[in-house]
Design a protein around this ligand. Structure first.
Ligand code: SAM
Length: 459
């Protein structure tokens, strides 16, 4: 029986990491990482199109025995794509290896047969739940559990598609591992279950994602009615490649470039000693705040505070009006948990700072290592507009200096010199002083920071 002899909480003896180690040794492949976003193209049409048009190059870090992975760099993003891994078992095998090779989000776009028409006749369906009519998922999840997409991920995506005016619907699929056993009776049963389409990977990929806590998104490209009439399986221009590529790009924008998602994921998966910015005592920040000589009733906001201990230190010193703002709810939840009862004395705000609508003015606006993540002029100008309107007193900003890192947490940053930061803030703020300092990370590397303080001037 497929459900017998399964031990869901027991680790596997055979791991993708160990297989890759051996493949690397045998094939003389460097131990390097594949891109953060990877795509599965079971039909192989998109991979073929990207190679033919010179848009994809062989990924030299991929140490798989069975497949080739291609890197695509376009529109300011990089992703990897793998073709022809058809069926649950093959798809999950490569998914395991992709995540073990550095992939963080996996997007699968598979051709599917239509069972029930979608409400709006959409070509693409984001599969929400998949009927487990295959074998692989039973190795990952008990039979009484459903294989479904992570709801948070799917809500974010659908909100993005709606806002972008894309016609993508959600729906349930039937995942089979025997397509040539799609009998009339089986199809009718699937119809009754409100299944939109039949495909060959989603149930297993979602079961793997659930069991291993990975981000996997499965789309069905509704292309056929099981070849019951001639002229079926038409996917559109370049065998549907242009539409599929568009979908992949939008999905990357929605998920990977979504800052809240990125940061929530970081705080959900990393401990303080695993991220570069952690400080036991934020001494420079405290020195700058003390230098303003304000009373303990001063209104202080720590922008992008994350789980920094600045709030603990300020509370210990008796400051009474502290706000911590961060885009990541997970970060603030961790800080609150650490503080216990003392957390009630703090005003916690989950917001993107560029969307922040303060209901009060602040005497001190503190920011360590957040401003530098604003990489467009529009973001910087929104941030500074909010600060200008809601800071009465002082600002202190710590960013990477021109001698500091060029990226942080996998994201692009903007480095600042004293002159550049002073010029950015000159509309509204006068520089008081700046220092540079080396921050020692928990991994004993150094990052050069620029810290400056400013006083709000009246225009
Ligand atoms: C490098 S960490 C620094 C955390 C903290 N300031 C410290 O010094 O430990 C950057 C923080 O900025 C937050 N962040 C990034 N972009 C943000 C945005 N647009 N709005 C609000 N917070 C943001 C992240 O969630 C993260 O907690």
């Amino acid at each position: 029986m497929i459900t017998s002899n399964k031990h869901y909480s027991e680790p596997s003896v055979f791991t993708p990491e160990n297989l890759l180690r051996e493949a690397r040794r045998q094939k003389n492949i460097d131990d390097c990482k594949v891109p953060d976003v990877c795509a599965l193209d079971p039909d192989g049409d998109l991979v073929e199109y990207l190679i033919r048009t010179g848009q994809a190059t062989l990924n030299e870090c991929w140490a798989c025995y069975h497949t080739r992975l291609y890197t695509v760099k376009q529109r300011g993003v990089e992703f990897a794509i793998l073709g022809c891994a058809v069926g649950s078992s093959f798809a999950v095998l490569v998914a395991e290896q992709l995540f073990a090779s550095g992939c963080k989000t996996l997007i699968s776009v598979t051709s599917a047969g239509i069972i029930n028409p979608t409400k709006n006749n959409s070509k693409f369906v984001l599969i929400e739940q998949a009927t487990r009519d295959e074998g692989t998922s039973y190795h990952y999840l008990p039979a009484n559990e459903t294989s479904n997409v992570n709801a948070d991920l799917s809500n974010r995506l659908m909100a993005y598609y709606r806002a972008a005016g894309l016609q993508i619907e959600t729906g349930n699929s039937w995942t089979t591992d025997a397509p040539y056993r799609e009998t009339r009776t089986a199809i009718n049963e699937a119809k009754k279950l409100n299944v939109v389409c039949v495909e060959m990977e989603a149930a297993a990929l979602y079961a793997f994602a659930k069991a291993k806590d990975k981000d996997v998104i499965c789309f069905a490209h509704l292309t056929n009615t099981m070849a019951q009439t001639e002229g079926d399986f038409e996917k559109g221009e370049e065998m549907g490649s242009l539409d599929t590529l568009e979908l992949i790009h939008h999905t990357i924008n929605a998920v990977v470039k979504n800052q809240a998602y990125h940061w929530n994921k970081i705080y959900a998966t990393k401990q303080p000693n695993e991220v570069s910015w952690t400080q036991e005592i934020p001494k420079t920040s405290l020195d700058f705040i003390h230098s303003f000589g304000l009373p303990k009733t001063a209104k202080i906001i720590d922008v992008g505070g994350g789980e920094s201990k600045l709030v603990d230190c300020l509370l210990d010193e008796g400051y009474e009006n502290i706000t911590v703002l961060d885009i990541s709810k997970n970060a603030l939840d961790k800080a609150k948990k650490r503080l216990g009862d003392k957390a009630q004395k703090v005003n916690w705000i989950v917001s993107d700072v560029t969307e922040f609508k303060p209901t009060t003015n602040y005497d001190v606006w503190h920011d360590r290592a957040t401003f530098h993540f604003l990489t467009t002029s529009e973001q910087v100008s929104k941030y500074l507009g909010i600060a200008r309107n809601h800071v009465n007193g002082y600002m202190t900003i710590g960013t990477f200096s021109t001698d500091g890192p060029e990226k942080c947490s996998g994201l692009e940053i903007r480095q600042y010199s004293e002159e550049k930061l002073t010029a950015e803030l000159s509309n509204g703020f006068d520089k008081i002083r700046c220092i540079t300092e080396d921050h020692t990370t928990p991994f004993n590397t150094t990052q050069n920071f620029l810290f400056c303080s400013f006083k709000r001037h009246l225009n």
